[in-house]
Design a protein around this ligand. Structure first.
Ligand code: PEP
Ligand code: MN
Length: 336
């Protein structure tokens, strides 16, 4: 249920209403809309009588929200969320470019890639330390040591870090990580979602290989219901009958998610296509479709990458992608 409060309402009147609702066992979240407060009610609101609430002098309107996701719902928060990733903003017109290798492989590799992508305009550095691999015999990542190498690259460039967490027990190791990535395979690992929801770190939530948008929104709700509002969605392609590409990029997810939720949406054209030559056109299409950012895999030597080489761009290719993506953004803005 949401309650839109009249513009002229005084703070103490809003407090009285909030306290009354809390007395009924309802949790009340407040957001500021266009100069007026919006109260988002979560809990068993069935017992709350709309007629009764409407009679409070300060109440402009009362509406029931039928969707099961509440905190992630744009109805609770009409304006775009702007998420601050340790100084780098994303959402509400702020466009972020997350780039780096699939996996951290060595100090030289992560530093070289970090400096190159930053010079081309990347605003956040990615790199996997704990890798979810289909085969247990494949490279599993440098784990804790990989995180240390990421911290060295962060110190050298000042770029906030994005890296995947697979196990809540590892959280203490992620202290200097700015954005916790929940990978596609863990999108419905509810205990992990709840654990990152109890932190104050930004969470990049990737869509599962075969998950609906409603399920993705409910996963965001798991994180947010624990108190962490800093969630960013990532569309990274879904599994369909098509095998030419690694996955099928669902660009309509950008529009759909932004209609349903106020949270930012990033597109990952690398995992969506699995092919380096498709990253540029899909990145441009994502920017045109209104994505709030991109996540792109870049490697200094893709042919010898320990993970996801075929979809990794060289720094030179990445540089061109950023230029063309920015040109698309400018062209779209010019028509607004
Ligand atoms: C990754 O970002 O390297 C990754 C493993 O992505 P996904 O979870 O989308 O497969
Ligand atoms: Mn990868």
């Amino acid at each position: 249920m949401i309650i839109v409060v009249k513009k002229e309402a005084r703070e103490n009147q809003i407090d009285i209403l909030t306290r009354w609702l809390e007395g009924q066992g309802i949790r009340v979240g407040r957001t500021e809309g266009n100069n007026q407060a919006i109260l988002g009610l979560v809990g068993n609101t069935k017992s709350i009588d709309e007629e009764f609430i409407s009679q409070f002098e300060i109440v402009e309107s009362v509406r029931r929200v039928s969707e099961k996701f509440k905190r992630a719902n744009r109805k609770f928060h009409p304006e775009d969320a702007v998420i601050d990733c340790n100084g780098v903003k994303i959402g509400g017109g702020h466009f972020a470019i997350i780039a780096g290798p699939c996996s951290v492989e060595s100090e030289a590799q992560i530093n070289e890639v970090a400096k190159a992508v930053q010079a081309s305009g990347a605003t956040l550095l990615r790199g996997g330390a704990f890798k979810p691999r289909t085969s247990p015999y494949d490279f599993q990542g440098m784990k804790g040591q990989g995180l240390e190498l990421l911290e060295i690259a962060k110190a050298a460039t000042g770029m906030p870090l994005v890296t995947e967490i697979m196990n809540a027990d590892h959280l203490p190791l992620f202290e200097n990580v700015d954005v916790l990535q929940i990978g596609a395979r863990n999108m419905q690992n509810f205990e992990l979602l709840k654990a990152v929801g109890r932190t104050n770190k930004v969470v990049l939530l990737k869509r599962g290989l075969a998950n609906t948008l409603n399920e993705l929104l409910m996963s965001a709700e798991y994180i947010m219901s624990e108190g962490n509002p800093n969630v960013i969605f990532c569309e990274r392609g879904i599994r369909t009958f098509e095998t030419y590409t690694r996955n099928t990029l669902d660009l309509s997810a950008v529009t759909a998610l932004k209609e349903m939720s106020h949270l930012p949406v990033v597109v990952d054209p690398s995992h969506a296509t699995g092919k380096a030559n498709m990253v540029e056109p899909m990145a441009m299409a994502a920017a045109a479709a209104g994505a709030d950012g991109l996540m792109i895999e870049v490697h200094n030597d893709p042919a010898h990458a320990l993970c996801d080489g075929p979809q990794s761009l060289t720094p030179a290719q990445f540089d061109r992608v950023v230029k063309r993506v920015m040109a698309i953004r400018e062209a779209v803005k010019a028509t607004e």
